[in-house]
Design a protein around this ligand. Structure first.
Ligand code: PGA
Length: 239
């Protein structure tokens, strides 16, 4: 595990971009996993800028989703639409290059198994980028999640539902979601945990110093040899 504290947001973005570029340089067909949320926004803005100038850091050829809302009421309120807008369209990916998270209730358990199979058959995930929830979740693996969990439907905690509703300015409050499980996440060859802002300082300290436990699913990431935690100064304030 490596913990990097960038001295500014510009450095934080540069570090994240360098890590992605390094993975793509070593393996141009690397499959990259992408989170939604507020945390990665400046990084994604930089990737759009790089894509526009044809930089290697933006030449992604395979992508996979980390999580998705279950039965989003409109396509607009989905991780899928969000990621196309913020990342994949600007990076010029095509539909066939992205492994989509299942998102409709009918047959969802079988679809989650199918997602796991497709991920494994395609060689897994080379670099999985993650955000850190204020309650210690990664993906939508909420407190109480076991380390051996796989892709499945989860009920969101009130805290996570509220944080997501705030993101959508109250127009949509998700209740259930579909997420890679902790075991799925830990199978990625490299993990980049992005942490940004003072609101994450407490959970980042706990993630690093509390006992490894399902109370704080992010602590499971400490078991992964290829983990890089990239924090900005505000998020690192309590380290
Ligand atoms: P955020 O969400 O980036 O919007 O803070 C992170 C998360 O909940 O995983």
């Amino acid at each position: 595990m490596q913990v990097k504290v960038a001295e500014s947001e510009i450095r934080w973005v540069a570090e994240a971009t360098d890590i992605l570029a390094g993975v793509l340089q070593a393996k141009p067909e690397a499959r990259i996993g992408w989170p939604t949320g507020t945390t990665p926004l400046p990084f994604y803005a930089e990737l759009r800028r790089r894509a526009a100038i044809g930089s290697l850091a933006a030449q992604v050829s395979r992508a996979v989703m980390l999580d998705e809302y279950l039965d989003p009421p409109e396509a607009a309120f989905s991780s899928w639409s969000w990621l196309w807008r913020e990342v994949w369209t600007p990076l010029r990916l095509g539909r066939e290059q992205v492994l989509r998270m299942p998102h409709r209730s009918p047959g969802i358990d079988a679809a989650c198994g199918e997602f796991e199979r497709a991920l494994a058959e395609g060689g897994g995930c080379d670099l999985l980028i993650l955000g850190l929830g204020a309650n210690g979740h990664v993906g939508f693996n909420e407190p109480g999640t076991a380390m051996d969990t796989r892709t499945r439907v989860v009920k969101l905690t009130a805290e996570t539902a509220d944080a997501n509703a705030a993101y959508w300015r109250g127009r949509f409050t998700p209740e259930f979601a579909v997420t890679m499980g902790m075991a799925t996440i830990l199978e990625a060859r490299q993990i980049l945990l992005l942490v940004r802002g003072g609101a994450k300082a407490d959970v980042l300290r706990r993630m690093l110093h509390d006992p490894v436990s399902s109370e704080l699913p992010a602590t499971f990431l400490r078991e992964h040899e290829g983990l890089t935690i990239l924090a900005d100064p505000e998020a690192a304030a309590e380290l």
